[in-house]
Design a protein around this ligand. Structure first.
Ligand code: HEM
Length: 477
């Protein structure tokens, strides 16, 4: 334990090794290490990672100070720099006026009144995937859940924000995103020790990633030039720089497209994957979900308003985002010294916020390893401080796509449950290992989709007093 220096309150934390500090434990299994810090030292923990002083902050009032009340003092900092290698200068990686102007530009398509516009694309893409699952079920073929969720969120994002049919590009883009994760946070290679002129595997991969994304950006811009369609593309193509009054450069548009693709599709896919697995492994949750979906939707296509009425489905999604927050950790750097939870934070220190660690804090979550949607009844939510739960961050830098992600999750989960039961094919253990950026399942997750008799949902539908609805996927309701 670190000793308290006279006149200052130094947060407790591991002593670590000379020079490296706790870098060894961090690299062995970052999630386990950080969860252990909260257990052993509390909600504000000081550690050294090589030359950096880092604080893990999970105390809700202190989290509020970092993300909301004193957010101007907490910038992206060195731990975010790795993102810039691929994303350049986009919403996720920048601060100050540049960030503010970009956020103002893209925000309109992510607001509550605009998000329902994604519905036609979302319903269509999900329906197509489920038709394919029907074919797979008939042929006794398993579904690779993570792969299908990545494709689905990619198709939905491209269609609804860029009016672009990503179709043939999907596979390549999915693989490229996998590469992005490895190049941004490759473990064990101190890249700063390799001379900058030396060609490395990492540099080759980065160049390859940029070639793929350059093609994507060119396709999106050409498509827009021809049709004028795609709400997000439209905002960016018409945006001007507040300083110069000039239109955004190609680089600005490219960096923002990359940011939206990288921040938007994998996160939602990871959330879907865990939500569907949790439902499959908890039969009582499955039953309650069935009853709600039958009562609210029957066999009909979800609408954005109907999705709002799926209150239990929302609780299931919220609980899944608690247990498996896709962005499980994100950093800041303190510009000036500050005090958090009574402890000194020195200027220049890094601050780590971790939805995963906060969401497993036994002070707010009884038996945190158990999946229990009842934690999200309105009464239960009122009992907790708001920032004990933060799958989308908080404050001005809160996830710009949170409403879109939540709508996608509710709609896709309900459409899958209308037509299928999923059972996981036993194989490698289910877990996230030592996650890097997002909390993806460590191994491939294969499930068997069992088609539900279509009539069943119609019978439940009528029993619930709703008029018979047309089946959205072509069969008889
Ligand atoms: C379940 C799905 C998602 C999760 C869990 C998630 C989580 C997060 C979190 C925690 C942050 C804050 C990071 C920080 O403060 O440092 C963030 C920021 C961001 N997210 Fe999401 N996200 C999701 C979906 C999306 C979607 C669908 C989009 C866009 C289509 C998106 C775009 C962004 C962008 C651009 C930022 C940076 C915002 C800014 O700094 O102004 N995200 N996300």
């Amino acid at each position: 334990m670190t000793t308290v220096r006279t006149g200052r309150r130094v947060a407790p934390g591991p002593k670590g090794a000379p020079l490296l500090g706790s870098l060894g434990s961090w690299k062995r299994n970052t999630a386990d290490f950080l969860l252990g810090l909260q257990r052993d030292y509390g909600e504000i923990v000081r550690m050294r990672l090589g030359p950096m002083t880092v604080y893990q902050v999970t105390e809700p009032d202190a989290v509020r100070r970092v993300l909301v009340q004193n957010h101007g003092n907490y910038v992206r900092g060195p731990l975010y720099e790795q993102f810039g290698v691929v994303m350049g200068k986009g919403l996720l990686t920048t601060d100050g006026e540049f960030w503010r102007a970009h956020r103002r530009t893209v925000q309109p398509v992510f607001l509550r009144n605009a998000v329902p516009d994604i519905m036609p694309n979302l319903v269509e893409a999900t329906g197509r995937m489920l038709d394919e699952w029907e074919r797979k079920a008939a042929a006794n073929e398993p579904v690779d859940l993570m792969t299908d969720m990545l494709k689905l969120t990619l198709v939905t994002l491209s269609g609804s924000l860029f009016a672009h049919d990503i179709g043939p590009f999907t596979e390549e883009l999915k693989d490229t995103v996998d590469d992005v994760v490895t190049v941004m946070f490759r473990r064990g290679v101190p890249s700063e020790m390799v001379p900058s002129w030396l060609p490395t595997e990492r540099k080759r991969k980065i160049a390859q990633i940029h070639r793929v994304f350059d093609r994507l950006v060119a396709e999106l811009r050409e498509g827009y030039a021809k049709t004028g369609e795609g709400p997000l593309m439209d905002l960016m193509e018409r945006a001007t720089d507040p300083d110069t009054g000039k239109p955004w450069t190609h680089q600005q548009i490219k960096d923002e497209i990359l940011t939206i693709y990288l921040a938007g599709h994998e996160t939602t896919a990871v959330a879907l994957c865990w939500t569907l697995l949790s439902i499959a492994e908890h039969p009582h949750v499955q039953e309650e979900l069935d009853a709600e979906i039958a009562a609210v939707l029957g066999g009909g296509t979800p609408t954005a308003e109907a999705a709002e009425s799926l209150t239990y489905t929302k609780m299931v999604v919220d609980e899944s985002l608690r247990m498996h927050p896709p962005i499980w950790i994100f950093p800041r750097a303190a510009v000036d010294a500050d005090v958090l939870g009574g402890y000194d934070i020195e200027a220049g220190a890094s601050v780590l916020l971790s939805p995963l660690v906060s969401h497993h804090n036994p002070r707010w979550w009884d038996n945190p390893m158990a999946f229990d949607p009842q934690r999200f009844t309105p009464e239960a939510v009122k009992e907790r401080p708001r920032l004990a739960y933060m799958p989308f961050g908080a404050g001005p830098r809160q996830c710009v796509g949170n409403l879109m992600a939540l709508l996608e999750l509710r709609v896709i989960v309900s459409m899958i449950n209308q037509r299928f039961r999923l059972s996981r094919i036993p194989g490698a253990s289910l877990g996230y290992g030592s996650p890097v950026i997002s909390l993806r399942p460590l191994h491939d997750v294969r499930v068997t989709p069992h088609p539900r008799p279509r009539a069943a949902s119609a019978v439940q539908d009528r029993a619930a007093g709703a008029p018979p609805a047309a089946c959205p996927f072509g069969g008889d309701a």
